[in-house]
Write a protein that binds this ligand. Sequence first.
Ligand code: DGL
Length: 280
Amino acid sequence: MQRPIGVIDSGVGGLTVVSELMRQLPKEEIIYIGDTKRCPYGPRPAFEVAEYTWEMIDYLMSRDIKLLVIACNTASAVVLDDARQALDIPVIGVIHPGAVAALKATENLEVGVIGTEGTISSGAYYEELKSIHNDVKVVSLACPTLVPLVESNRYTGEEAKAVIREALEPMLDYPVDSLILGCTHYPMIEREIQDVVGEDIHVICSGDETARAVSTLLYHEQLLYTGERRPRHLFYTTGAKAMFQSIAESWLKESGLDVRETDLKLPKATRKVKSGMEEF
Ligand code: DGL
């Protein structure tokens, strides 16, 4: 089926899921929205995260997407259930796939989770992990300094390393053998995180497992695109195009991406009148 997959995030973080989607489903077309202007969502109250996320969802629904990926843990924790009930297309979040990947990796059943304040205080990972495995122990840590580092494109170098080390230090006191990167921005600093926690800890990114879930679902729903057309991905940002483009092209290793700015305002609705369609 030729309709695109919609992917949303508060900013550039969801691109870490997009790169896995592009790798595992190279024929599928993607429309992405990063709400860069209002990022970070992490410190915002749940009602505000819900309001902003629904603006992105409505915008993508007007583009006739066939499946929605909420590639943001903070937004998944708040709106995933409601979106599943309200929309007539399949909706996939990143928390369940992240939990599954961690449970596959852990040997001592002690799992660490790092994420935004919103994700950690929602307890979404704790609940998801416990719902799959009763005996798992979960240690959670909010790392509010990491998303601004990535969004500002200053996530490499010595200064960045110091910020990452400081954020992760409290986690080092616990005997976890797997660490879920419970924020889609964090895979962009996976190497630095691995350096801080050490090579013995499995660092878990949910992108791979999420793309696998999308692939399985499209197959079962008979929604996979099987034609020959090359996909033309489209990326929207509510912030500055140049910064988004630079991060997206470097992360996705592609130049000339079609990046556009949007204010998420929907085109005027149309209503039927006797003479035909009329805008109002
Ligand atoms: N990438 C988002 C997530 O996975 C959060 C970033 C933010 O705080 O806006 O939670």
